[in-house]
Write a protein that binds this ligand. Sequence first.
Ligand code: DOR
Ligand code: ZN
Length: 445
Amino acid sequence: MSSFVLAGARILGAEKTDIVITDGVVAEVGPGASAPGATRIDADGLVALPGLVDLHTHLREPGREDAETVESGSRAAALGGYTAVCAMANTDPVADTAGVVEQVYRLGRDAGLVHVQPIGAVTVGLAGERLAELGAMADSAAAVRIFSDDGHCVSDPRLMRRALEYVKAFDGVIAQHAEEPRLTAGAQLHEGEWSARLGLTGWPAVAEEAIIARDVLLAEHVGARLHICHVSTAGSVEILRWAKARGIRVTAEVTPHHLLLTDALARDYDPVFKVNPPLRTDADVAALRAALAEGVVDVVATDHAPHTVEDKECEWPYARPGMLGLQTALPVVLHTMLDPARLDGPGAETPGGTEAGRLDWDGVAERTSRRPARIAGLAEHGLDPAPGVPANLTLVDPAARVTVDGGELASRSRNTPYAGRTLPGRVVATFLAGTPTVLDGKAQL
Ligand code: DOR
Ligand code: ZN
């Protein structure tokens, strides 16, 4: 039996209290709460959040263990405050069978740093031609609920309709990488001023928006659940707002990088800023922040996409798209979305409420933990620390400012777009089912 007391923690930024964890569960919450023989953890002033849940992580195993493994990605996740990640299916072999999703699931369990929930491919080999064995993956030990061809769009509308119909039977979700491929052939950068100036083929916003418009209509027609990966344009937000107002079962994610970075960063042709969908404009960033605050975009998901030096540090057109995200997601969200007043004292003491368009800690927890856990069907995650709840939680120092150093990240890859940036918030500790995976900002396994 193991017990911990998190002394002086502020649950969702509220007043200081003590949290007792015993045998994997939050046993007691309240000033002076304790348990015999418990290990005391000084959490004075730290904000306690439900462990973060990522709906969109590329772990690269099997197949590209030189870029990331389930273990190295899990370590990055725990250090970033995550207790669960959903592993994308674009591995080699593709996670399109019960065998591969069970392999990823077991690798995650063996690493023991976060819950790794495999996402299954929608189509065999991500080729967009035939449906994969969705039912077999759902019935497997990995109990897959989210299916995605991410990296590729399910562009055939008939196949998309079939996939939605199939997963409806077990309340599964199709997570779409919205990109009409006939509009993005050869695309390198957001189609706009910077693609024109730099002479790079443009990736027009309409290539994303056209697929989202089509798919929300398909989801309505079928009555099934649709999730839109990495929404990146102001126009996509308008379509989602319309769809949600109509009662269509659609959810959406935005990445930290689309909340902070823009296409102007491509000006020096540094491929660390190459990502798919591409970085967009200031107006898109503003619309995405507002949509996340409003709830039209439901959650933040990292799209953590590790790539080796060979695949990333080459000329822009040859570089793979994607950037690291797990260890910097929360600081970027706090920087872009949290009411700055909350970075210091307890929220209750902030006069005048939350600044317009900004979140309080509860709002951060909703978008980085509770809602993603609900979308993924992870019943043990995304729960506020309270007696009887599984102890999946993270402690954040809101007063800390950390300068990102690519070489210090736990990922096997280095492709962070935030190197040298100073961001607010530091993950001090993470608990997975009552076991510390991170203490004092260091991984425990
Ligand atoms: O930038 C991206 N990288 N976007 C994707 O859709 C796939 C991902 C990857 O797998 O590297
Ligand atoms: Zn994608």
